[in-house]
Design a protein. Structure first.
Length: 147
């Protein structure tokens, strides 16, 4: 009979997390506000909001490209972390300082190979039971010493 804590926790990550969608929505709102404010000046600057939206969109695209390919995470009963990729490969990982529990969500920062990755996991991204179990495992692991 195995205990619940001895199971491997597998978390599948959606291609677009809620944090990514919120950032895209805020970029559009920012561009709209800039367009409205710029139109009230005596010499309106046409397309200023579109330029800002283009810059913010390029930044979001760059951030998404860096996160592309990550299908999920797995946490073993011994506390070992694995990053799971879309092609089926796995990479040993470690949770870094900067990982936080924020209410019912988790701001996760981890290193997979040489790359540091970040994800803000909310109940809309991950089933509540998995998010709760992840929170418990992070609390049980204690503070991180890695930079």
């Amino acid at each position: 009979m195995s205990s619940h804590g001895s199971d491997v926790l597998r978390i599948e990550l959606r291609p677009w997390l809620v944090a990514d969608r919120v950032a895209a929505g805020l970029a559009v709102c920012c561009a709209l506000v800039i367009e409205v404010v710029a139109s009230r000046y005596p010499e309106p600057q046409p397309w200023l909001g579109a330029v800002v939206l283009g810059l913010l969109g390029a930044w979001l695209w760059y951030r998404r490209r860096r996160a592309a390919g990550v299908a999920g995470l797995a946490v073993g009963p011994d506390g070992r972390w694995l990053t799971l990729f879309d092609d089926g490969s796995e990479l040993p990982s470690e949770v870094l300082r900067g990982t936080r529990l924020l209410g019912r969500s988790v701001a996760l920062r981890w290193r997979a190979g040489r790359r540091v990755r970040r994800a803000w996991l909310t109940p809309w991204d991950v089933p509540a039971g998995q998010l709760r179990e992840l929170s418990v495992r992070l609390l049980a692991a204690g503070p991180r010493d890695s930079a």
